[in-house]
Design a protein around this ligand. Structure first.
Ligand SMILES: [Ca+2]
Ligand SMILES: [Ca+2]
Ligand SMILES: [Ca+2]
Length: 185
């Protein structure tokens, strides 16, 4: 194992090829550091420079979803800012650059933790599902081709569910994505 230095409190890690060099890269949310870090992979198990993206102080970034939200052929990073009650999007700009964070509220008092991207309404634009851990809710956002997320629905999982992980998948093969959510911590 090769240790990678991160900001304090690394909590979630996901892999994707952000710079289109066919080597997988890593994105890490640093819960205590209120940052999101990207490590670009060499392909030999090594990683080169770290890109540090700033969440708001105290935001406590947690879950991560990766996809091309605004359809510019650059992967974007969506982060659940648990204590800021929003999701933040860092838009990929190419050349190892990302935008500053654009936030979308998940509701006053909400505690967003888990994220899943998928095209829920079959318009060829990614949509976002967010688990609201403490309140037993799922918040569904529909995407637009400009990268804006519009809140579409709030689904209730129940207060005791304490849902965290969420995925989208076409479970019943009707060509419409379904949502599955894991209960509990
Ligand atoms: Ca790469
Ligand atoms: Ca993009
Ligand atoms: Ca869609």
């Amino acid at each position: 194992m090769i240790p990678l230095p991160t900001d304090p409190g690394p909590i979630t890690v996901k892999a994707a090829d952000f710079d289109n060099d066919r080597f997988l890269d890593l994105v890490v949310t640093n819960y205590d550091g209120d940052t999101t870090s990207i490590f670009l992979g060499y392909g030999n198990g090594g990683f080169k420079k770290q890109i540090d993206l700033l969440n708001r102080p105290g935001a406590k970034p947690l879950g991560i979803a990766i996809g091309d939200i605004n359809k510019n052929n650059q992967l974007d990073v969506v982060v659940a800012n648990r204590n800021a009650s929003n999701v933040g999007v860092f838009f990929g700009q190419g050349h190892e650059m990302f935008s500053t964070q654009t936030t979308f509220s998940t509701g006053i008092g909400s505690t967003p933790v888990g994220l899943a991207l998928g095209d829920l309404n079959n318009d060829n634009i990614l949509d976002l599902v967010v688990t609201d851990h403490e309140n037993g809710r799922l918040v569904v956002f529909l995407g637009t081709d400009t990268g804006t997320l519009t809140e579409k629905a709030v689904l209730v999982t129940g207060h005791r569910a304490e849902s965290y992980l969420v995925i989208t998948y076409d479970f019943n093969k009707d060509h419409r994505l379904d949502i599955a959510v894991g209960d509990g911590d």
